[in-house]
Design a protein around this ligand. Structure first.
Ligand SMILES: NC(=O)c1ccc[n+]([C@@H]2O[C@H](COP(=O)([O-])OP(=O)(O)OC[C@H]3O[C@@H](n4cnc5c(N)ncnc54)[C@H](O)[C@@H]3O)[C@@H](O)[C@H]2O)c1
Length: 252
């Protein structure tokens, strides 16, 4: 079978979640072997059962350095190489005016998105070969500000800084680094966000986003996964340091 990821070993964090699991399915169809990492053990096991052969799981909190070293070591022990890192785990935190924003929420969102991505890259990249690819899930939130979204929006901006530094450091080794920037996705993560925002906005946040998005709808997780595949594979061999918008035009 000629898949665009034949023989490739891919680590996917947030692998028990919507985008992580859908991307894992696509990667497997393209011939990859996959290590799914998540802190939600039951959901991780359920995702792996559903995905079938070619998947290994590792329970870890991505914000913890020792646990990051352990999942990278598990990938090396099982597969002997790492070709693709999809750093994708995420949480949302809360929405509140700056004066009452929760410091704990701020720290926990930065711990997952920024420290988590940093640690994943720090520990996985030394094992990666020329032709390797790192994809970090940022968001359309990296291109805009919204009152009250202090943890999530600042963290999604910070991931771009990480990506740009790494793209320069790793280019001489033939490893590419890019961020993806999905707009609202039709999944549970976004449904939770919108439930909270509806109260803030005083109107239905799902409809609010659909009006804001030029394509007038949320993305399907599969549509985001196809862009991750593009960046993970040789199809994007001259693309590094890029912010790939997958937002139905929301940032235009
Ligand atoms: N859903 C959207 O509309 C949307 C839009 C733009 C960007 N994103 C980003 O996409 C990524 C994937 O989100 P999703 O929509 O699939 O949501 P999801 O909630 O289905 O998946 C996120 C996964 O990350 C895991 N996770 C959270 N904290 C963790 C930690 N400390 N260690 C290990 N795992 C952890 C969760 O257990 C969950 O399985 C996130 O980075 C999110 O910010 C989502």
């Amino acid at each position: 079978m000629a898949g665009s990821l034949n023989g490739r070993v891919c680590i996917i964090t947030g692998g028990a979640g919507s985008l992580g699991a859908v991307t894992a399915r696509l990667f497997l169809e393209e011939g990859a072997r996959v290590l799914l990492v998540d802190r939600a053990q039951e959901a991780l096991e359920a995702a792996a059962r559903e995905l079938g052969d070619g998947v290994m799981t590792h329970v870890a909190d991505v914000s913890d350095a020792a646990q990051t070293r352990a999942y990278v070591a598990a990938a090396m022990a099982k597969f002997g190489r790492i070709d693709v890192l999809f750093s994708n785990a995420g949480n949302f935190g809360s929405v509140a005016p700056i004066a009452s924003y929760s410091d704990d929420d701020f720290d926990s969102v930065w711990a997952v998105h920024v420290r988590g991505a940093y640690l994943a890259c720090k520990h996985a990249s030394p094992h990666m070969q020329p032709g390797g690819s790192i994809v970090i899930t940022s968001s359309v939130a990296a291109t805009r500000g919204d009152a009250g979204v202090y943890g999530y929006i600042t963290a999604k901006h910070a991931q771009v800084g990480l990506m740009r530094c790494l793209a320069k450091e790793l280019a001489p080794r033939g490893i590419r680094v890019n961020t993806i920037h999905p707009g609202p996705i039709d999944n549970g993560f976004q449904a939770n966000v919108e439930q909270g925002l509806s109260e803030e906005l005083g109107r239905d946040a799902t409809a609010f986003f659909d009006e804001l998005i030029p394509l007038h709808r949320h993305a399907r997780p599969e549509e985001i996964a196809r862009s991750v595949l593009y960046l993970a594979s040789e199809q994007s061999s001259f693309t590094t340091g890029a912010m790939l918008m997958i937002d139905g035009g929301m940032s235009v």
